[in-house]
Design a protein around this ligand. Sequence first.
Ligand SMILES: *Cc1c(COP(=O)(O)O)cnc(C)c1O
Length: 374
Amino acid sequence: MSFLRADLAQLKAYVSHPGGTTAQQVDILDTNESPYDLPLALKEKLANYYTEAIATNRYPNGSHHRLKSLIATYASTSAHLTTNFSEANISVGNGSDELIRSILIATCLGGEGSILVADPTFSMYRILATTLGIPSITVERNPKDFSIDLTKAQAAIAQTKLPPVKVIFVVHPNSPTGQCLTDAEITWLRSLPENILVVIDEAYYEFSQQTLAAEIVTRPNWLILRTFSKAFRLAALRVGYAIAQPTVIQALEKVRLPYNLPSFSQQAATLALENTDYLLGVIPEIQAEREHLFTELQHINKLHTWPSDANFLHTRLKPIDQPQEQQLAHLVETLKTEGTLIRHTGGGLRISVGTPQENQRTLVRLKNFVKLLP
Ligand SMILES: *Cc1c(COP(=O)(O)O)cnc(C)c1O
């Protein structure tokens, strides 16, 4: 169809849980959500709010004042700030995916810039850039510890074939591999010129308890992304946020859709922040389960598993430098028919930490599969 952009022909629509499964009971461990639903008491509060306080004929609040102010306080506490962030430091999006798109629109659109990522990493940066016709430059990571090849990254910034690099996206800790940024990487990011926006995606902050949010105070070219989709158990309701200096926030606010966040979602995120202790009370269990799963995976001889600061683990078949995509695809399909969904990505497997029962089933099914390998 000639009215469509020619370059869209190469793109595929994003599918989560591709292919489905016929298993009766399914352990969803391929999307890094919390294994726990919102507690019933909070769902009932939300339901009451919906009945009593939301007029569905009215547009939602498009300024997000109350939510932004709660986020500013939460983010300031996490960064141990003496002077708190204010609403002017926060923008909220329909998931952090929307914010990623806003960042790209505000920086690179119209041939003005390229983005830089280090593979393997979260695929959405490149996917969204491509849909906007924005070029991406990809550098490698060290295959042993997934640290970024900083020499290549520095060279990529100096390139002159593509529009200049305007944004660098890093995940802290990285998905799908699980590690926080190293000291060398942080030092390098700090050394970048102010005409490059440094986006630190802290989607897994609550699991790692490591944040660079305090850097925002002194760095006009840094932005922290966070989400309610993981530790706060609100993936279904799509709320993410950005922390940055007011000039960057104002740019994001200019390019976003006016009513980007439904009233119900705003209220759910508000309620989550009013109940952080309750909701985040399971984080120590998830961290302990991650360590347990890590130890058990290490005992599987045919697998190499990396330590993780997030709520998922990255593992590969040994030897890790041999092609294994076909075997991994077969493994993922086999586990799927048994009722465990895990993700084949970034040259390995990404396994979300679930409930203790789910993790136990994952281990049994993985062991059974690798036992049959030659
Ligand atoms: C899950 C995840 C997000 C969250 O995206 P939402 O759109 O907020 O659900 C963001 N960044 C990374 C790296 C993630 O893994």
